[in-house]
Design a protein around this ligand. Sequence first.
Ligand code: NAG
Ligand code: NAG
Ligand code: NAG
Ligand code: NAG
Ligand code: NAG
Ligand code: NAG
Ligand code: NAG
Length: 327
Amino acid sequence: MDYYKAMIRALLLFLLYAYAMAFKSSNMSCPDAEREALLRFAGGFNRTAEAEREALLWFAGDFNRTVAAGFSSWEGKNCCKWEGVECNDRTGHVVHLDLQWRGIVSNRIDPSLLRLKQLSYLDLSNNYFGSISIPPWIGSFKNLNYLNLSHSNFYGMVPDQLGNLSRLQILDLSDNLLTLSNANWLSRLTSLLHIDMSSFMIDDASNWLQALNMLPLVQDIRLQFCSFGNFPQSLPHVNFTSLSLLDLSYASFYDYSNNSEVNPSLPDWLFRITSLQYLYLTFSGFTELIPSAIGSLASLKVLQLEYVILDAGIPSSLSNLFCKSCT
Ligand SMILES: *[C@@H]1O[C@H](CO)[C@@H](O)[C@H](O)[C@H]1NC(C)=O
Ligand SMILES: *[C@@H]1O[C@H](CO)[C@@H](O)[C@H](O)[C@H]1NC(C)=O
Ligand SMILES: *[C@@H]1O[C@H](CO)[C@@H](O)[C@H](O)[C@H]1NC(C)=O
Ligand SMILES: *[C@@H]1O[C@H](CO)[C@@H](O)[C@H](O)[C@H]1NC(C)=O
Ligand SMILES: *[C@@H]1O[C@H](CO)[C@@H](O)[C@H](O)[C@H]1NC(C)=O
Ligand SMILES: *[C@@H]1O[C@H](CO)[C@@H](O)[C@H](O)[C@H]1NC(C)=O
Ligand SMILES: *[C@@H]1O[C@H](CO)[C@@H](O)[C@H](O)[C@H]1NC(C)=O
């Protein structure tokens, strides 16, 4: 009896197993998410590399490539070998895209570039983007720490979305046709060390100074050739503890209510930034006296003042500053 029982049990088990196998083989696919995870694990780098290569080609395809001779090396499967492209050695992701001086002439930048999710360095400077505005989606590169869009004919307002670049350390937007009207986005760039907004029209952005004053690490602020509509004369709490360079040379000042140029006096907050080493005021539209407070800029190494109208001459505190060892 036991023998039959065991036989029947074995048979049942076999049938159960066979049924399970049959069921399984009729439906071999595992859940999509798990397949994706396994594929990524096994061959994901190649697949990502392929997707990134395509994104780069679409991006370049928008430019007139006869003009943009800089793209001649953009052929073949391995985009990490293309000129201007660098990948992370370990992950194979594109992390660095340097397209400065490539002769790009375009009025469009394809957002497919966003597929380069690991991008940390983007340089599109010294090209010609026919007066388009800076694409807001540039603010979605979460890992970006270097962004250079200088001298490329970008036009209009800087999009607020750039404030999402919380890892950005270097931002160069100089020498375009850009306007700053609200600077709130600036105060969110908490990693920023270096900012160049030369040639900006800072019309009624009364908060630009407060925004910069909230950046805990900023060392270098370049505002050459800017035209200011509202230059702050006071800043109650000077927060700049790391600021070593401030360039306001060739700055001009306007009263936009009656469209006339004005010549403000040098604001006293300038002389409370005690970390300043380089202060450039050449040809700026400031007038009136250099306050004796300038003597408190104890770290100052370079002060450029050419062509600033000095109504009251150079205060003795300044000669004290630069003549510590004079006899
Ligand atoms: C097998 O999977 C397909 C979808 O892939 C589904 O339509 C079908 O019902 C499944 N068959 C069984 C027996 O579960
Ligand atoms: C996938 O990557 C491996 C290692 O990098 C390489 O040897 C192989 O040729 C790649 N396959 C494809 C289809 O690119
Ligand atoms: C690309 O530029 C060349 C040289 O300036 C010009 O002859 C050609 O028409 C342009 N092609 C397109 C599609 O704009
Ligand atoms: C941006 O690129 C230009 C060259 O196109 C270079 O001269 C400039 O120094 C760069 N800016 C920064 C902050 O690296
Ligand atoms: C980016 O910034 C914009 C406006 O500043 C905001 O509305 C948006 O939610 C931000 N996006 C992300 C992904 O943080
Ligand atoms: C000073 O900087 C900190 C962060 O660096 C910021 O939270 C604070 O609001 C700033 N103070 C003023 C007066 O801007
Ligand atoms: C413009 O308005 C300001 C006061 O807001 C005044 O000081 C200045 O003289 C005016 N300029 C002209 C040219 O009217």
